[in-house]
Design a protein around this ligand. Structure first.
Ligand code: ATP
Ligand code: MG
Length: 738
């Protein structure tokens, strides 16, 4: 009789098994979402160890995130039946950092080198540029930093930057600045993030003995999410994989060209084609059965991605036998608040129905979108976590902006003043700040008063003195504007005039545009409140609400952060032109940018196992105004027979309504029509319509403040005694009868 097959192999289909058992020689698994690429890689890892082909420390395994590395470690341990120790398993950066500690001397560092964060990098680069006499007004250092990062992504040390690769930045001095920056880093025994790969690749390129050592050591190389590697990562992999004996080049990469979504960070899809060239005779395995999603979800995703050109071409078919399932839902809503309510009420219904909240995810295109959903979760008491990023009100730019608003509201708020007095940089050194603190303490006055005093005493150098004066005069002016202009306009003015917005506009890091969007979103949130004080109080309550309880939680994250993950239920909100596809991607990337956005949509849909709910709002608030939004073109590209449209005529309705003339500016909340969605496991009725007037004594529910009872009412305002938040005056359109 045939020998019994190990359990872990019996959980694979024949193609997957072939990919696992073809352990020797180069192998490329090219397959669509949910076909088990990661499962193959993990099983292959375990298989190599189980069949004693290598010791645990002789396998190099690369994952895209630290979280994925943890998961793979656990799964390998699960198959082995014991904890897996001493593995070379992690992200490119983590692996390179570990290697570089052993060979730092080859690039002029010692093994205890430090890794700089982005702030330190920037400071260093500015010093270098200043020393070189570069006019930084004309040539912002952020541009130079971006250039350096691009070079590093492509494996170019200063010596390898050829004239053809050079840039005319700062009158052809970019390469010289780059070289000087690298020298400074070396002098400080430090490197930046990009250096980890750059240095290691350079060492492997130039130090034969080191390379030979790794060739002996790493018998097997495994790479997940291969489609998103950049050039330097590819070079590093190729160096390590090209062992002297071609028969021993055991590298296995798994990827999906349709899920390449990081070109903005230098990822190159061409690496898939390079692989076949650099490893001739490589085995190519294609997996076609998708085990993750139901048939309609799969068909919807496939139909959408078929609109892209230049694909490598793959087939995807349902691999689950229970794969019938419900169609992808497309829900049209009035505005983003209604969208957040829709998502919230469905999640609540699911929770009541016993669904595990850890199996629910909300995937957004842009970070700022999490705010509306976070607030909804808080109101409903649904625990959530933000994966791959911070909660909205914890983000640095939001904390900064909030500090500005707090000083505006209450000049004696020392903590807030301290945070912003030198953000953006106003040239106040430690000595000046200490002097300010001492003055405040000795006179028992708030910092802001001490700051005025400091200006008057002439203790500051002219430049910081002028900058501080402008800030303090600014606050006086903005406060004075408040009653006239209203808190939203003043907040916007303040952020602009204080130089805060500019600080991020100057920043050329890939995160900067997202931070600016977050700031806009903050102003939108502010617009939902009648006063600055009311808003600040609200945020304080939101922040307090944040318990660290373990347990089931809804996951919120960007589509980029969702790669490789899966959930029973996936919400995909904000499918509107300009937001998704994102305007920036279209402006900067043209047709290519659009295709990358479409891949992002494909990634989003294919995260769902059973329920996929796409939504879009017909209106978005910008500042205090409303603009109408056009449904995303991706909605039209979904195969109609896989989709169930909810909310009247759905996209068509929203499109019709999105004629600007159809909306008076103040439109949205008041005129909302009640809408009942047919009952079913996943549908719930919306709250009933609010009656015209809410009499005194009525128990009500308010989006922000929760439950309370009306104690007084006039034309359109109510005084409500809230159970948690105390007595508040609120617009009646913001409450519903409870
Ligand atoms: P992505 O492209 O999104 O990263 P993937 O190709 O890496 O997807 P996996 O995450 O490995 O796919 O697998 C998707 C799901 O299908 C997982 O839940 C996995 O456990 C399951 N799965 C994979 N192969 C099989 C199989 N042969 N039988 C049953 N379930 C499977
Ligand atoms: Mg995967």
């Amino acid at each position: 009789t045939a020998p019994r097959q190990p359990d872990y192999l019996s959980r694979l289909n024949p193609e997957q098994r072939a990919a696992v058992e073809t352990v020797d020689g180069p192998l490329l698994v090219l397959a669509g979402a949910g076909t088990g690429k990661t499962r193959v890689l993990t099983t292959r890892f375990a298989h190599i160890l189980m069949t004693r082909r290598a010791y645990p420390n002789q396998v190099l395994a690369v994952t895209f995130t630290n979280k994925a590395a943890r998961e793979m470690r656990e799964r390998v341990a699960g198959i082995l039946g014991q904890p897996a120790e001493g593995l070379w398993l992690g992200t490119f950066h983590a692996l390179c950092a570990r290697m570089l500690r052993r060979h730092a001397e080859y690039v002029g560092l010692s093994s205890n080198f430090s890794i700089l964060d982005t702030d330190d990098q920037m400071r260093l680069l500015k010093q270098v540029m200043e020393a070189a006499g570069i006019d930084m007004k004309r040539w912002p250092p952020q541009g130079m930093m971006a250039l350096i990062q691009r070079w590093k992504d492509r494996g170019l040390t200063p010596a390898r930057v050829t004239p053809a690769e050079d840039s005319d930045y700062a009158n052809n001095r970019a390469r010289a600045i780059y070289a000087a920056y690298q020298e400074r880093l070396k002098a400080l025994n430090a490197c930046d993030f990009g250096d980890l790969l750059l240095h290691m690749t350079e060492i492997l390129r130039t130090q034969e003995a080191v390379l030979a050592q790794y060739h002996r050591m790493f018998r097997y190389i495994l790479v997940d999410e291969y489609q998103d590697t950049n050039l330097v990562q590819y070079l590093w992999l190729r160096l390590l994989a090209q062992r002297p004996d071609p028969a021993e080049r055991n590298i296995c990469c798994v990827g999906d060209d349709d899920q390449s979504i990081y070109s903005w960070r230098g990822a190159e899809i061409e690496n898939i084609l390079r692989f076949e060239k650099d490893f001739p005779g490589a085995t190519i395995v294609r997996l076609e059965a998708n085990y993750r999603s139901t048939a309609p979800i799969l068909a919807a995703a496939s139909g959408l991605i078929a609109k892209n050109s230049g694909r490598l071409g793959k087939t995807l078919r349902p691999g689950r036998n229970d794969a019938k399932g419900e169609k992808v839902r497309v829900v049209s809503l009035w505005d983003s608040e209604e969208e957040a309510r829709m998502v919230g009420s469905r999640i609540e219904a699911a929770r009541r129905g016993g669904h595990n909240l850890s199996e629910v995810a909300i995937l957004v295109r842009a970070g700022f979108q999490t705010r509306a959903f976070e607030e909804r979760m808080i109101t409903l008491g649904v625990p959530y976590r933000v994966i791959g990023g911070l909660k909205f009100y914890e983000r640095a730019e939001i904390r900064d902006a909030m500090a500005y608003l707090r000083v505006l509201n209450q000049p004696a708020d020392d903590l807030a003043f301290e945070r912003i007095v030198n953000t953006p940089k106003r040239g106040l050194g430690d000595t000046s700040l200490r002097a300010m603190h001492e003055l405040a303490r000795s006179e028992g006055k708030p910092l802001i008063v001490a700051a005025w005093r400091l200006i008057e005493t002439g203790a500051l150098r002219p430049k910081p003195r002028q900058a501080l004066r402008e800030l303090l005069e600014g606050f006086a002016r903005w406060r004075e504007m408040l009653p006239r202009e209203g808190h939203v306009v003043v907040a916007g003015t303040l952020l602009d005039e204080s130089g805060y917005t500019d600080m991020w506009k100057q920043d050329k890091s890939p995160e900067a545009p997202g931070r600016l969007e977050n700031l806009k979103e903050l102003l939108r949130a502010l617009g939902e409140f009648e006063s600055l004080a009311g808003f600040l109080e609200h945020v304080a309550l939101v922040m307090e609400n944040d318990e660290n309880a373990e347990g089931e939680r809804v996951s919120l994250m960007t589509l980029h952060a969702a790669k490789g993950l899966e959930f029973d239920t996936v919400f995909l909100p904000g499918w509107e032109e300009g937001l998704f596809p994102h305007q920036r991607a279209l402006d900067e990337g043209g047709e290519k940018g659009l295709e990358e956005e479409r891949r992002l949509a494909y990634v989003g849909i294919t995260r769902a196992r059973r329920h996929c709910i796409i939504s879009h709002a017909a209106n978005r608030r910008i500042y205090a105004n409303w603009t109408s939004a056009i449904p995303s073109r991706f909605l039209d590209e979904l195969p109609p027979d896989q989709v169930e449209v909810e909310g009247g005529a759905g996209a068509a309705r929203a499109r019709m309504m999105s004629q600007p003339s159809a909306f008076p500016d103040q439109f949205p909340l008041v005129a909302r029509k009640p809408r009942v969605i047919e009952a079913g496991a996943w549908e719930v009725a919306e709250r009933p319509a609010r009656a015209a007037a809410i009499p005194v004594g009525t128990r009500v529910f308010h989006n922000k403040f929760g439950y309370g009872r009306v104690v007084a009412a006039d034309e359109n305002k109510l005084d409500v005694e809230f159970e948690k938040a105390g007595r508040k005056r609120v617009l009646d359109t913001f409450v519903e009868k409870a």
